[in-house]
Design a binder for this molecule. Structure first.
Ligand code: HEC
Length: 107
């Protein structure tokens, strides 16, 4: 019985730890839906690439460059610079992996 109780407590702690950890990919991606579509399947307004066709590494690289390199991107880069501003590098990796894992379209 003691073991059962221990496991129940361990599960509770694990659950609580998950809740306070960084936002998950689905939560972060909600911010992107309006322009990129539910499954990253749309060309964003003024953009030219469907994010779902990109490898995860490309998505990460591009998002990080929007943060650090003012010259990165196309004519609509300002709209992405605003988007990535509140995201940590960890958030970026998480959301890029989420997009790739769930929505990837092979070209
Ligand atoms: C306000 C609309 C808008 C929102 C919200 C938005 N994007 Fe974008 N995104 C764009 C536009 C427009 C471009 C093309 C920018 C350019 O010209 O460089 C773009 C470009 C990108 C690119 C570069 C490659 C490509 O697909 O064109 C990636 C990757 C990307 N967005 C991911 C995201 C992610 C992830 C989020 C959510 C955190 C997000 N975007 C939120 C409009 C948006």
């Amino acid at each position: 019985m003691k073991i059962g109780k221990f496991i129940a407590v361990a599960v509770l702690i694990a659950g609580a730890a998950t809740m306070v950890s960084a936002a998950d990919g689905a939560t972060i991606y909600k911010r992107c839906v309006v322009c990129h579509g539910k499954s990253a399947e749309k060309v964003p307004p003024g953009g030219s690439i469907i994010s779902a066709t990109l490898p995860a590494e490309e998505i990460k690289k591009s998002l990080k460059l929007y943060k650090t390199d003012k010259g990165h991107g196309g004519k609509m880069k300002a709209s992405m610079q605003v988007q990535v501003k509140p995201l940590t590098d960890e958030d970026i990796d998480t959301v890029a992996d989420y997009i790739f894992k769930n929505f990837h379209i092979a070209k």
